[in-house]
Every structure is written in structure tokens, then in C-alpha cells.
Design a protein around this ligand. Structure first.
Ligand code: HEC
Length: 211
């Protein structure tokens, strides 16, 4: 399934829900029906790549040196810190999921639709690495590009997100995250997604021909 396919499906679901967003703008991309994403998608891809590229080795090193409880510190403080470093004013990248450990990472309406669409496409045989979604949203007269890409459950992730979590570790997790829903994942399953929000400069807006 192509990125454009994912995008079109997301648009359809959003429109059905009647979300207060500029879906007419989103529709314009879908009608172009090209696989070429808008230019700001490149920045989102690069930031997610940086975040993933820095998080994985940091987590691996922490698990090796200090065990899972050390890894918890990495996931809870380092992940948001790296995400902030990779962000800039007008550009924010975070992690979200349908089942979250930290309620602060909960998906909003658009993110939820995209995650559900990712899961549908994965069930239908789509290659996870190829999935991506983007849209343009209107908030208070300002336009924001939104972008998401799946995060896969790797074998190492199951230490803290899997089906059999060490009892002591599970207690530590519960202490910090009493509402934890982010367990029961198996390697290869969709764990969540990177999600970026980008405020669009005026010249990026469709229908505006100024340079
Ligand atoms: C050592 C334990 C540990 C390991 C290993 C771990 N995580 Fe986490 N993960 C956490 C904790 C703790 C949080 C909550 C972070 C926060 O407070 O924002 C979290 C949060 C997340 C989130 C954000 C959504 C949510 O549930 O709040 C994603 C996505 C995620 N982890 C994916 C992964 C992936 C993918 C891996 C493997 C590459 C992984 N994690 C490995 C402990 C872990």
C-alpha cells in the first residue's frame, strides 16, 4: 500500500467523523493522487530518523549497564528530551500509540484514526516500514502539517512492553505509570508512531503562488 493510499484512507475516515479541520486542503493532496508528499514531510522524516537513531542506542546502552529500571529512566526522561532537541519552534515531534504507558502521549483524534488505519493496512499485508500518513489541519486560521510513521515492536522492547514482564519491573512500571496500557506487544507488532506537527509558512499553502 502506498503512502498516498494511507493518506487518502485517513482523509476519508476524518471526513466521516466531521472533525473540525481543513479536510478540503487534505483532499487536494488526495486528488493530486501523486505519491509525492508535500515538502515539509521531508523535515518530519528526518526528525523521526534522528529521534529513532538516538533513542535505540541510548536505550540499549542503559539496559546493558543498569538493567530495565535504568531503561525506564531513558524511556521516560531521555525520549522526551531527545524529542525536544530534535524539535524547533513551529515544529514538534513526539511519540504516540493507541495503548499508551504515559497518558501525556495519548493520541488525539487524527492520530487515533491514522493508527487504526495503519493497523488495518498491516492486517491486510502492508509492509510496516512503507506506511506513512500526512494531512493539513486548520487551527484558529493557521495551517499545520501533520505527519505520522509507525514504530515497530523490536524484540528488546518486549522487556517493558511485552506479554511477560518481570514481576519486579512490572511493579516499578506500575508505580510510575498507574494507568499503563502499553503491555502485551509482540515483536513485529505496531507499538505506536512518531508524530510531527509543523506550522506551515504562508508560501507552503496550496493555492498560494507566491515564492
Ligand atoms: C526499560 C523499559 C522500556 C523499554 C526496553 C522500552 N520502553 Fe518504551 N516506554 C517505557 C516507558 C517507561 C515509557 C513511558 C515514557 C514516558 O513517560 O513518556 C515508554 C513509552 C513508549 C512510547 C510512547 C507511548 C507510550 O506508551 O507512552 C513508545 C512509542 C515506546 N515506548 C516504544 C518503545 C519501543 C519501540 C521500544 C523498543 C525499541 C521500547 N519502547 C522499549 C519503557 C520502555
Amino acid at each position: 500500500m502506498s503512502a498516498a493510499g494511507s493518506h487518502a484512507a485517513t482523509h476519508r475516515v476524518g471526513a466521516v467523523l466531521g472533525l473540525v479541520c481543513s479536510f478540503a486542503v487534505t483532499g487536494a493532496f488526495a486528488e493530486n493522487s501523486s505519491d509525492t508528499p508535500p515538502p515539509w514531510v521531508g523535515e518530519a522524516r528526518a526528525a523521526a530518523g534522528q529521534l529513532a537513531g538516538r533513542l535505540m542506542p541510548t536505550l540499549q546502552a542503559a539496559l546493558q549497564s543498569g538493567g530495565p529500571s535504568n531503561g525506564i529512566a531513558v524511556c521516560s526522561t531521555e525520549a522526551p528530551a531527545i524529542a525536544r532537541e530534535v524539535s524547533r519552534p513551529g515544529f514538534e515531534i513526539e511519540r504516540t500509540a493507541l495503548r499508551v504507558r504515559n497518558p501525556a502521549n495519548a493520541a488525539d483524534a487524527w492520530e487515533k484514526e491514522v493508527l487504526e488505519d495503519f493497523e488495518r493496512q498491516i492486517r491486510a499485508g502492508a509492509e510496516i516500514a512503507a506506511l506513512e500518513a500526512w494531512s493539513v489541519e486548520l487551527r484558529d486560521g493557521r495551517e499545520f502539517g501533520r505527519w505520522m510513521k509507525p514504530i515497530l515492536t523490536a524484540p528488546m522492547c518486549t522487556t517493558c512492553h511485552g506479554t511477560e514482564i518481570d514481576a519486579e519491573l512490572a511493579t516499578t512500571i506500575r508505580t510510575h505509570y498507574p494507568d499503563d496500557q502499553a503491555t502485551g506487544f509482540r515483536p513485529g507488532e505496531l507499538r505506536g508512531a512518531f508524530t510531527a506537527t509543523i506550522e506551515l509558512p504562508v508560501h507552503d499553502r496550496p493555492g498560494d503562488d507566491s515564492p
